[in-house]
Design a protein around this ligand. Sequence first.
Ligand code: GLY
Ligand code: MN
Ligand code: MN
Length: 447
Amino acid sequence: MTKPFDPTPYLERRRRLAASMRERGGGVAIVATGAELMRNRDSDYPYRWDSYFYYLTGFPEPEAVLVIVADANDDESVLLCRDKDAERETWDGFRFGPEAARERFGFDRAAAIGRIDTEIPELIANRKALFHARGERGLDARVADWLDAVRAQARAGVVVPGQSWDVRDLLDEMRLIKDEHELRIMRRAGEISARAHRRAMQLCSPGRYEYEVEAELLHEFRRNGSQFPAYGSIVAGGAGACVLHYRANDALLRDGTLLLIDAGCELDGYASDITRTFPVNGRFSAAQRELYEVVLDAQHAAIDATHAGARFDAPHAAAVRVLTEGLVSLGLLQGSVDDAIETEAYRRFYMHRTSHWLGMDVHDCGAYREPGLPANGESRPWRQLEAGMVLTIEPGLYVRAADDVPSRFHDIGIRIEDDVVVGADGCEVITDGVPTAIAEIEALMRE
Ligand code: GLY
Ligand code: MN
Ligand code: MN
């Protein structure tokens, strides 16, 4: 038995997409799901549907296309999907088939995917515009064929859609502000990931390997119903923490070093993204503590700067100031704080930004600058935060060994990352089930 399914949020999203298509004069949207991908002979990569398609349907099978008709005369959502197939279902498992899919997922109509080259030309004939993922390999060619099929009937008076929009531009704006259904899942994903980080803290000790700790994270994700990690987990001991996208996860964890873990689960299509950094032996050294406190203060300042009405850049600016103050006071940067910010000297130790949107994709869709203003990206103001947007707050410091750096700080990499939902007066941290304060981390590791 599959889990119960309520199509209401998906129906509402399709209705909203149709409304924004009508604002542009109406037409037909075509949204295809992701393809299955072969890993090696007879063995596929784990299947994961396309985020846009799933956002609008909740339909989990490959080989499926959603068509939404929205203009002055028509309003229809049509699913094209695989037929029932007793032979294939014996090998690969259950398929809904068009009729059961229509009923369960609330489409007006459904048909077999094998009929796509007949169905779509009929649906797009005499419409004003097409809305699809423009430039997507494979789909563009098929859209050209469907348009040709309509063009072939021009002598019979059939009109070919003359306009084209990228449906992702409409959907990105919708996905940027999460609805209650999405926030419920994201809070739960944040809880599961926080539990996994707690488990990692409690099971970490000198002499273990990074992959052993990674296994504890995956265990906690999966036993709580998460389908996948949302991205490749980073489990980086010692100097590995200074490699921002460290992937090896195969080194021995040594006494006296820190372990940086950047890992989050994907739950029902939504990512979480947490980083914690803690001592392998359960006790921060003095140098580790000094740097850690700077990063934690920066994270608190960034969280305090996150609320509706603030610009997307506000948490980053707040974090950079606190980090730079810390770097100057610890002797890692010389000169004034203002100069180090102005010249971006801090970037030697803090080379990434503080936030990204979070949602179905770990680096989620949505414009970081205000839409609809002059085309030159740099001159457009940063996006104003609105209630329901979700972003990460993830300052860090990465100190590689160098002659001009005090040796006590060599090879220390620290990042602290949480996920927050923007609210009217502040933000809600949805990943606070795992501590960030030094005393709390040390207490948890003693348990
Ligand atoms: N884990 C990817 C990131 O933090 O952006
Ligand atoms: Mn992360
Ligand atoms: Mn992140």
